[in-house]
Design a protein around this ligand. Sequence first.
Ligand SMILES: NC(=O)c1ccc[n+]([C@@H]2O[C@H](COP(=O)([O-])OP(=O)(O)OC[C@H]3O[C@@H](n4cnc5c(N)ncnc54)[C@H](O)[C@@H]3O)[C@@H](O)[C@H]2O)c1
Length: 285
Amino acid sequence: MMTYDLNDKVVLITGAAGGIGAATARELYARGASLVLTDMQQTAVDTLAAEFTPSRVLPVALDVTDAAATKAVVQQTIQRFGRLDVVFANAGISWRSGASTITNCDEAEFEKIVEVDLLGVWRTVRAALPEIIRNKGQVLVTSSAYAFLNGMANAPYAASKAGVEMLTRCLRAEFAYTGATASVVYPGWTATAIAKVAFGGNATVTKMNEVGFPGWLRRAIPPEQVARAVAKGMQYRRPRIYAPWRWVPFSLFRGLFGVLTDAMLSRHREMHALIQQLEAESKHG
Ligand SMILES: NC(=O)c1ccc[n+]([C@@H]2O[C@H](COP(=O)([O-])OP(=O)(O)OC[C@H]3O[C@@H](n4cnc5c(N)ncnc54)[C@H](O)[C@@H]3O)[C@@H](O)[C@H]2O)c1
């Protein structure tokens, strides 16, 4: 099977200044790709871009919820590099602080998470599609193990991650005839800013994590491990890219696993007490 050579390919990354985005940028650059680095703050992408040869990098501020701005960045990419081969729709957010349940979360914050994590991905992918198809390139979308885990206390995030997983599967099937491909990236817990809440950032959420998962499963991996998996997945145009591999059986047997864990969670007294504690700590609605 012919592998996809990243040398001289142009890759646009959203959320590039974050943990997984920056690690992936470095990995792809080392494999010869030119990069369009986008994130909320220009200074953040400028700092990352300073690590690379100027002729192979374009740092641009981009909020992925802005559909027009996303299309403009694709045009800027074409003006600068003449093409766009790969889009990595990776930007994501979770609760600003702590965590909330569906019952007592702030409504605007719930919808903002869905706007970034689901609609932001759709807007990024849609803007890039004409170029990706023209170049028989690739779409990569960062989903999460939350696409197949019960996402309690993280509902807008988990719902969005399940949503982008399906969006990507649909896309892969719909444009298979063009020669382009789409891949879902499933990171498990990774040591970046977004995951801090579950690793000491919030005591109740950390406790829920400890009660809900065995230690070997919830151990966070470095973002570089996700980056290597993404680069390898791109090379083989894999439909599913997991990091770490320990999540693979849970994804593959998600039907049975979901039935069992949902039943367990509905009877788990200690977890119910923690949920109540969380609600008491973060009263909104
Ligand atoms: N860290 C984990 O445990 C983990 C696990 C599974 C999936 N993920 C996903 O990986 C992706 C990258 O996250 P990370 O772990 O590197 O976290 P991170 O917080 O370090 O990076 C996220 C980046 O997205 C950017 N961003 C946020 N809102 C944006 C917007 N509207 N427009 C553009 N950029 C925006 C942030 O500025 C930040 O740089 C996210 O989609 C996240 O949901 C992370």
